[in-house]
Design a binder for this molecule. Structure first.
Ligand code: NDP
Length: 245
């Protein structure tokens, strides 16, 4: 039996990669997906593709670093459907570089999108979920939330933070609200396109050869949502079989 059909699911960073795959899969299983990201033309294309397959989708421009935009997309979901079942805090950036390169703007961008963006998703959704007495946050971390490697110190720090925030949230709101952390290993997406450091970019090309499709991560999210309300899947790590890190 599907526990996904009819659920109202807000997905951040749905214009490519994992977010896009999740929107497609959940809508195929009967969820109402509300998708956000900054590249609106990509959202538009995705929405019309989902609709052409009979899926239910709304889209809205979203910069997760702006609390008011995060609030607006969550409010839109609630106003349209009367409640919000799931918020997937997926938007993220990964401009890797050695700390010595002092790419301070990129450090700040990772902190803003990867940490503040998740906190904004929680801030926008938690009061609604508390009021309605149910809900689920799915926060996308990374295997970088468990291990650190050169050029990835700040990125990993942001993902360790997402893991800590998710565990803290779970302890505080468990009972009514479910909290799931999904940590992908290397996955096909546009994530590595944000790397401006040449050395880090070359390293990544090699590292990403074994990438698994974004649909593999989407399947794990479907699994977590699909469980009965009293079952809270807290952490899932999905990595390529060939991965050693
Ligand atoms: P993509 O680059 O393909 O997708 C990232 C998404 O985040 C895009 O839709 C982008 O949309 C969105 N985004 C970036 N900045 C913002 C912002 N300020 N506001 C709103 N949306 C934003 O990469 P992935 O699909 O791989 O990334 C999804 C998540 O998975 C990230 O959190 C990433 O860290 C995590 N992850 C990915 C792994 C991988 O190997 N692919 C491994 C481990 C974790 P737009 O630019 O249109 O705003």
């Amino acid at each position: 039996m599907s526990n996904v059909k009819g659920k109202v699911v807000v997905i951040t960073g749905a214009s490519s990669g994992i977010g896009e795959a999740v929107a497609r899969l959940l809508s195929q299983h009967g969820a109402h997906v509300i998708i956000g990201a900054r590249r609106v033309e990509r959202l538009e294309e995705l929405a019309s593709s989902i609709r052409s397959e009979g899926g239910s989708v709304e889209y809205q421009p979203l910069d997760v670093t702006r609390l008011e935009e995060m609030q607006a997309i969550v409010d839109r979901a609630r106003n349209h459907y009367g409640h919000v079942d799931v918020i997937i805090n997926n938007a993220g950036v990964m401009p890797l570089s050695p700390l010595g390169a002092l790419k301070i703007d990129e450090w700040n961008r990772m902190i803003d999108v990867n940490i503040r963006g998740v906190l904004h998703g929680i801030a926008a959704g938690l009061p609604i979920m508390k009021q309605q007495g149910f809900g689920q946050f799915i926060n996308i971390a990374s295997i970088g939330a468990y291990v650190v490697s050169p050029t990835a110190a700040v990125y990993c720090a942001t993902k360790y933070a997402v893991r800590a925030i998710s565990e803290g949230l779970r302890q505080e709101v468990g009972g009514d609200i479910r909290v799931t952390l999904v940590s992908p290993g290397v996955t096909e997406s546009e994530l590595a396109d944000t790397i401006s450091d040449e050395e880090a970019r070359d390293l990544m090309k090699e590292y990403r050869n074994i990438s698994i499709p974004a649909s593999a991560i989407a399947q794990s999210i479907l699994y977590a949502i699909n469980q009965p309300a009293e079952v809270d899947v807290n952490e899932i790590v999905v990595r390529p079989t060939a991965s050693i890190a």
